[in-house]
Design a protein around this ligand. Structure first.
Ligand code: 3PG
Ligand code: MG
Length: 411
């Protein structure tokens, strides 16, 4: 158990609070889903109620991969939304480190809050420790950057569950440097660890996992570790076609990962009947609203691709979910953003809500599945929606989180 914000009082102290405010934005820079911002509020409110001086920090997107488009990744829309939700001014500082930031932070008064600009505007933030171990220059850069952040505060709070699988400077190096000062988890991290942790360590059975999304490669690790723990794994989304193609079925133009055919076959052999694949698909020649669709129960014609699970699969998967006592769902069943291909995902959302009503523990992980719960108007009807995509998967896989391990243990 880790020390939490409830075990400290930050009155008069400068608290550096790492949040995951990495929210999706549309082309106009408007936030399309503010779930992560809302999920951060309880911790921020607690620290403000203490009378702390809050320095909030987060990344947004991957500006390091698009340096010429950097301006698109400003946290300005996030600062605006955060101040609306808090009912309090949250000034965005022009950078996350540097003399101006240090000076502004020094002027913070009790109960005031600022947000640092996108941490990933500095390349040092995302340098991986493994890489830094081979390149002393990178190590120095990462440490120097982390030290500037660490020097801003007396207390470190990690409430960035969605980023806990990263060894980013703000996630791991900063708290490492702040040894001796309080380093705690916030309410969101605490809640995520509780729900995800309890679910996999002591599930009520049947324990069913529903996995979807585009790529098998993203889910290999989690399939492996969940096979040992759960009773049934239902596979949907484009990743199903890699399994089906590996079996020799014609999948037309469906998205597949041929490099993984061998692995897919091995996994199926290992899993036996535990791992279930779709028995029918909704197919079309392109991903477009209004395009002609057909149900395909056999090989998919060469000019078509599978874009959603079909009606028979929906029926059997929904039944398995409805009669389970613990369900973890990660990844959509089809291209649910485009209406003709949303039915499998919406049906899964409905089955999750039905299972919750019957007393099952239902956990949804990943931005897409969470968005689907919202789209179906059922987000409030599951036990827990994780704010983590990759983080939730890695946690379920049983990977250790260095960013959590480095924090103080509870007394
Ligand atoms: C996420 O959305 O996955 C987290 O915010 C972490 O972002 P990353 O995958 O770009 O590191
Ligand atoms: Mg990610």
């Amino acid at each position: 158990m880790k020390r939490t914000v409830d075990q400290i009082n930050v009155r008069g102290k400068r608290a550096l609070v790492r949040l995951d405010l990495n929210v999706p934005l549309d082309d106009a820079g408007m936030i399309t889903d503010d779930r992560r911002i809302r999920a951060a509020l309880p911790t921020v409110k607690k620290l403000l109620a203490d009378g702390g001086r809050l320095i909030l920090m987060s990344h947004l997107g991957r500006p390091d991969e698009e340096p010429e488009q950097k301006h698109k990744y400003t946290l300005a829309p996030v600062a605006k939304r955060l101040s609306e939700l808090l009912g309090k001014a949250v000034p965005l500082l022009p950078d996350c480190v540097g003399p101006d930031v240090t000076a502004r932070v020094a002027r913070l008064r009790d109960g005031e809050v600022v947000l640092l600009e996108n941490l990933r505007f500095h390349e040092a933030e995302t340098v991986k420790d493994k890489k830094a171990a081979e390149k002393p220059k990178l190590r120095e850069q990462k440490d120097a950057f982390a030290r500037q952040l660490a020097d801003l505060a007396d207390v470190y709070v990690n409430d960035a569950f969605g980023t806990c699988h990263r060894d980013n400077a703000s996630m791991f190096t900063v708290p490492q440097i702040m040894v001796g000062k309080p380093r705690v988890v916030g309410y969101l991290v605490q809640r995520e660890l509780k729900f995800l942790g309890e679910t996999v360590s002591n599930p009520k059975r049947p324990f069913v996992c529903v996995l979807g999304g585009a790529k098998v490669s993203d889910k290999l690790g989690v399939i492996h570790s969940l096979l040992a723990k759960c009773d049934t794994i239902l596979i949907g989304g484009a990743m199903a076609y890699t399994f089906l193609a590996a079996d020799g079925m014609g999948v037309g133009k469906s998205l597949v990962e041929p490099d993984l055919y061998d692995t897919a076959r091995q996994l199926r052999a290992e899993a036996g009947p535990k791992l279930r694949l779709p028995v029918d698909s909704i197919v079309a020649s392109e991903i477009k609203n209004g395009v002609a669709t057909a149900v395909c129960t056999d090989s998919i014609p060469s000019d078509k691709m599978g874009l959603d699970i079909g009606p028979l699969t929906i029926k059997t998967y929904a039944e398995v979910v409805r009669t389970a006592r613990t369900i973890v769902w990660n990844g959509p069943m089809g291209v649910f953003e485009v209406p003709p291909f949303e039915q499998g995902t919406i049906a899964m959302a409905q089955a999750m809500a039905d299972a919750t009503r019957s007393g099952a523990i239902t956990i949804v992980g990943g931005g897409d599945s969470a968005a689907a719960m919202d789209k179906a108007g059922l987000a409030e009807r599951v036990t827990h929606i994780s704010t983590g995509g990759g983080a939730a998967l890695e946690f379920l896989e049983g990977k250790p989180f260095a960013a959590i391990d480095v924090l103080d243990d509870a007394d």
